[in-house]
Ligand binder design. Structure first.
Ligand code: C2O
Ligand code: CU
Length: 455
């Protein structure tokens, strides 16, 4: 039984949503321009877009089984929408303009109202002009607590981002740069954790921490390591592992992916422990944990997190589909269908389009696959490009079909390296129109998106 005290302590720092009893009052999320110090002090503040006057936005905190009612007020100079990434949500609340809702006009509002069937680490972000809106700050964590949460001393959300600033600390305003769109996507030059360049979280020696890592960057694949912290992987993309796994020396976290860790502080008092971000030329502190003296003794491996509702994947009679990913620089694609016509690479590039899925650029009129509710869909994705992609399915989690025929862990976003072919399968339990796209946001904007329909 987790101790009540530690559970409450771990949530104390987060704004609690109203309990279900008075959930009639929606949470307000006001999207608006703001200025925030994110570059080193000598550069001054950066003009950003934020949620409730902060970037990233507030951590929404609810409990499994609650309903969440959120009123989004659009104070931005552009149309917007909000997507609740990883939530197995009702389709009309999924926040995809042109597929599940009309965009929210500047000055207008939209109320999202949906159930939270699963506990875990999720996030929300704009799904309109997302290359710009997510980069400027329309993003925040969404944490759904288990009824039976693990016993930890601190429950920390670490939202990892990168942002591209210019010399004067302004956000680089060119969001459709052809090089970004046709190569690896828009990479930042300033690394942020929860909106800070030097994020520090004081801990005690021997503390047990739950670290909820969220990659909210436009395109960066974070390669992460730990120093002075040892522990286990508990969940991917919100979904608990049936058994905790040891943390490898390097953890890859693709755009939009999440990993829940439970770690014990093993660094000595007076030292710092680190979440390290590896780059070609070394490792950098993505977050530091100054350690003070503690009295705790070492603990055993934690029990797995309680499972979320299961929707069985049965490969035997699955409906199959194939998704060929093509295009980009050095990709060899010569032509593709764009707005109903076959077009060569040059005219596609002029239209800011560089990628195709099954020969079609941009969201096609017909879905990639139509499935009936409860059917298993088996989807083979072929990355015939020179770049990695983070393929994300809305509305349902999938499992990778492993070479031996077994199933990997449930995820909502799969990192596919260049040249790879991978097969995933999911139970089409959730009716509606669901986007399937690359979460390198410049790639999505430049053509890498399709959808599946469940009826
Ligand atoms: Cu994180 Cu289509 O979204
Ligand atoms: Cu991509």
């Amino acid at each position: 039984m987790p101790s009540r005290r530690s559970f409450l302590a771990s949530l104390a720092a987060l704004p609690l949503l109203p309990r279900s009893g008075w959930a009639a009052t929606p949470v307000q999320l006001a999207l608006a321009p703001l200025q925030q110090q994110i570059a080193p002090a000598q550069y001054g503040k950066t003009d950003l877009w934020g949620v409730n006057s902060s970037m990233p936005g507030p951590t929404l905190q609810a409990r499994q089984g609650d309903r969440l009612k959120v009123q989004v007020n659009n104070g931005l100079p552009q149309e917007t929408s909000m997507h609740w990434h990883g939530i197995r949500i009702e389709n009309a609340m999924d926040g995809v303009p042109g597929l599940t809702q009309a965009p929210i006009a500047p000055g207008a509002e939209f109320t999202y109202d949906f159930a939270l069937p699963d506990a875990g680490t999720y996030w929300y972000h704009s799904h309109a002009q997302s290359v710009e809106q997510v980069e400027r700050g329309i993003q925040g964590p969404l944490i759904v607590a288990e009824h039976d949460a693990p016993d930890v001393d601190q429950d920390l959300v670490l939202m990892l981002d990168d942002i591209r600033l210019m010399q004067d600390a302004a956000v680089d305003p060119v969001f459709d740069h052809p090089h970004d769109m046709s190569h690896a996507g828009r990479m930042g030059n300033v690394m942020l954790t929860n909106g800070q360049i030097e994020a520090r979280y004081p801990v005690q020696q021997g503390d047990r921490l739950r670290l909820r890592l969220i990659n909210s960057a436009n395109a960066r694949i974070f390669a992460l390591g730990l120093q002075g912290l040892t522990g286990w992987i508990m969940a991917y993309d919100g979904m608990p592992l049936t058994a905790p796994e040891e943390i490898p020396d390097q953890l890859l976290l693709a755009p939009a992916q999440r990993i829940d860790l439970i770690v014990d502080v093993t660094a000595d008092a007076g030292e710092d422990a680190f979440l390290v971000q590896f780059e070609r030329d070394g490792g950098y502190a993505q977050a530091s944990f100054p350690v003070s003296a503690g009295t705790k003794s070492t603990r055993n491996m934690p029990a797995p997190l309680p499972p979320n509702p299961d929707h069985a994947i049965t490969l035997g009679n699955a409906r199959s589909a194939t998704l060929r990913m093509e295009g980009g620089a050095m990709g060899g694609m010569r032509a593709a269908e764009w707005q109903g016509e076959t077009q060569g690479m040059r005219s596609l590039a002029q239209a800011g389009q560089f990628w195709a899925l099954n020969g079609v650029v941009g969201r096609p009129n017909a879905p990639l696959v139509r499935a009936s509710i409860g059917e298993t869909v088996k989807l083979t994705m072929v990355n015939d490009t020179a770049f990695p992609h983070a393929m994300h399915l809305h509305g349902m989690h999938f499992a990778e079909v492993l070479p031996g025929g077994g199933l990997g862990p449930l995820r909502d976003t799969l990192l596919m390296m260049r040249g790879e072919t991978r097969t995933v399968a999911f139970n089409a339990h959730n009716p509606g129109k669901w986007l399937l796209h690359c979460h390198m946001l410049s790639h999505h904007a430049a053509g890498m998106g399709t959808w599946v329909e469940v009826t």
